[in-house]
Design a protein around this ligand. Sequence first.
Ligand code: ZN
Length: 270
Amino acid sequence: MDNYISTVINKRTEPEQNNSFQHNKQNLKGIAAGAAIALGYPAPNYLINPKLLKSIKTDDALNISKQQVDNVLIAMTKKFKLDEKGFKALYFPVDSEEGKFLTKNCGGMAFFFSSKQGINQAESVVNKLYWLIHETGHAVNGNCTKLGKFYYNNIARHMPTAKFLGVPILIGLGLSHNKNKEDKGYNKFTKFFEKHIGVLATLPFIPGLIDEATASLRGLKFIKKLEPSIYKAARRNFGIGFMTYATEAALAVGGAKLAIYLKDKIASKP
Ligand SMILES: [Zn+2]
């Protein structure tokens, strides 16, 4: 009799044990596939963004003179009292040290930097001076209201870190949710990340996107006073600049969703 019972128990438990082992294996395979996607998601960015940046016109093609850029910068500085905040706009030859830095890091365009030590400066390469107008828009964002200053110093400036660290962490949490286990404790916590990965992966990009869009819009308000053709071309180019940031966000969201989808597919295979 004893023997019979133990055989019955074995018969009932063995396939389950096997199943759970199989499920864990599938889950790990899924996590590995998802993690590979999560690590690889920025890759297409290196193909798309340089092409977008290359299509941005130089001062010559835009038909804007240094004098016109200077006038806009003076008007913006005056309107927003940027000189009182120590704001400086500098430009550099393309093959200077700074020009090379801008080419390497900003697609040969421009850059705004502000520090708590009081540095508050926009830099541009000499053949794309009108981008200083966009950068001055960033200076306005970061200096001119208490809210703007707080936002710039505490949120927008940390966006690169949030993007490059935050997105993989969010995907990692989503991937670690085990569909084959009960939703309790840690597994319940990670379910939230798995379920809302699209929205969550978008979040680290939003403050930066708002900062970029408003910087351009502030500049365009002043460029609008120049010839309509300059305004049109600048609007188009600032739009392309914005697209480079939007592409990053779209790829992160797509990558995150694909990673979770793939993991789910593999993990739920019998
Ligand atoms: Zn910008």
